[in-house]
Design a protein. Structure first.
Length: 356
C-alpha cells in the first residue's frame, strides 16, 4: 500500500500545475472537483487501497488535522481523510443558516511562486442542519470531528448568540463530534481598531464562549481560533476571557488581512479599490509564529496550542513545535504540496513527538 500511495503522490506532483492553470480564474472549481473525487473513491471502496501507507501506523502526542475551510460542509468522507493521514477532521466553518458568502465571480487567488493564497469567500456554507446530515452519511466512527463554528454573517447581538446556539444543537449529539473550535478571528471582527472596538470584540468573545460552553455536551472540548493580526493587549484579553469557559487550546492562526508584498505581489481589490481577503500559506507563516510565541509566553499548563498557518515542510513544522503545542492543522500547504505533505508530517511527528 505504501507503493500505491507513492503513485498517488507522484500523480499530484505531475498534474498540480495543469490543475492550477485550468482553474486559474476560479480556484474554487479545483476544490469542488477534489471533493467529488473523494466521494467517488469512497463510494468505490478505494480509500484504503490508494492512500494507506506505513506512516498512518505511526502515532504521536501531537494531533494532525486539516484546518477549517478544507471540509467546510462535511462532504469529504471521513474514511478518505483518515487514510490520507489525518488524526482528526475539522469541519466548517459551520454557521446555523445557509450562507452564500461574498458575491463576486472570483473569491480565491493563488500565488504559486510563493505558495500563498488569498481567500475572500465570506464563509459560504450549507448551514448546520445540512452539515449534520452530511456528516451522518459520511461518518467514520474511528475518526473524531471538530466543528469549527461561527455565527452567520450579518447577525449581531442576541441574534448571533441564538444562531451559534442553534448550530450547536444541530451537531452536538453526533458521537464522533467531541470538540468545538470557536472561530472569532480578527479578520471577521473589529479587534485592533482601537480601545472601544477591542473591548467590544472581547465582550462578544465572552458571550459567544458562554453560549457554546453552556450548550455543548459536558465531555466535549472547546478551542478558540485566533487571528495572526493580534497585538499583545488582544492576546492577553483573549486568554483572560477564556479562563472561565474551560477552553482547551488556542488555534494559531487564521488568515491575515495584512498582505506582505514578498508573498502577495498584487492584492485583489473590491469595486471601490479597497484591498480584500485573508492571506494564507507562506504569506501568514511569520505572523502566525509571532502570535504563537505571544500565547506560549502567557498561557499556563491548562492550555495548549494548535499551530496552523503556512506550515509546508518538516523544517517549518519543527519551528512551530513548542512545548505547549498539542496539534497541527494544514490547508493551503496541502494544496501546493499535495498528499505527500501529510505523510511526511506524520513520519516527522512520530519520530520527534512520539507517544509516551
Amino acid at each position: 500500500m505504501h507503493f500505491v500511495r507513492g503513485l498517488v503522490e507522484d500523480w499530484y506532483d505531475r498534474n498540480r500545475n495543469f490543475i492550477f492553470k485550468r482553474t486559474e480564474n476560479n480556484p474554487e472549481l479545483a476544490h469542488e472537483e477534489f471533493v467529488r473525487r473523494t466521494r467517488l473513491i469512497d463510494r468505490l471502496g478505494l480509500s484504503r487501497l490508494l492512500l494507506d501507507n506505513h506512516a498512518n501506523k505511526q502515532k504521536s502526542v501531537i494531533e494532525l488535522s486539516n484546518a477549517g475551510g478544507f471540509n467546510k460542509n462535511g462532504l469529504i468522507p471521513l474514511k478518505f481523510l483518515r487514510y490520507l493521514g489525518f488524526d482528526r477532521n475539522v469541519v466548517g466553518t459551520v454557521t446555523h443558516d445557509a450562507w452564500p458568502g461574498n458575491q463576486q465571480s472570483q473569491r480565491i487567488w493563488r500565488f504559486p511562486n510563493t505558495d500563498s493564497m488569498i481567500n475572500y469567500l465570506g464563509l459560504p456554507g450549507v448551514g448546520s442542519k445540512q452539515v449534520a446530515r452530511n456528516l451522518e452519511y459520511f461518518a467514520d466512527f474511528t475518526m473524531p470531528v471538530t466543528i469549527n463554528l461561527m455565527s452567520t454573517p450579518g447577525k449581531t447581538g442576541q441574534e448571533a448568540l441564538d444562531d451559534v446556539m442553534g448550530a450547536v444543537f444541530d451537531l452536538r449529539n453526533r458521537s464522533y463530534v467531541n470538540r468545538w473550535e470557536l472561530n472569532i478571528s480578527c479578520p471577521n471582527t473589529h479587534c485592533g481598531l482601537g480601545t472601544n472596538a477591542r473591548r467590544e470584540y472581547i465582550d462578544n468573545l465572552k458571550r459567544m464562549l458562554g453560549v457554546v460552553r453552556d450548550h455543548i455536551l459536558f465531555q466535549q472540548e472547546l478551542d478558540v481560533k485566533v487571528s495572526p493580526d493580534l497585538d499583545e493587549y488582544s492576546v492577553d484579553s483573549i486568554i483572560e476571557s477564556s479562563s472561565d469557559f474551560k477552553v482547551r487550546s488556542f488555534t494559531v492562526s487564521n488568515t491575515t488581512t495584512q498582505h506582505d508584498k514578498r508573498y502577495i505581489p498584487e492584492s485583489p481589490v473590491d469595486k471601490d479599490g479597497k484591498q480584500i481577503g485573508g492571506a494564507s500559506g507562506n504569506a501568514v507563516y511569520e505572523k502566525s509564529l509571532a502570535v504563537q510565541k505571544m500565547f506560549e509566553e502567557r498561557i499556563d499548563s491548562k492550555y495548549g496550542i494548535t499551530v496552523c498557518g503556512g506550515i509546508d515542510s518538516a523544517k517549518k513544522l519543527a519551528g512551530r513545535l513548542g512545548k505547549k503545542v498539542n496539534g497541527v492543522q494544514i490547508y493551503t500547504p496541502l494544496i501546493y504540496k499535495g498528499p505527500r505533505l501529510v505523510r511526511e508530517f506524520r513520519q516527522y511527528l512520530s519520530e520527534n513527538a512520539p507517544l509516551r
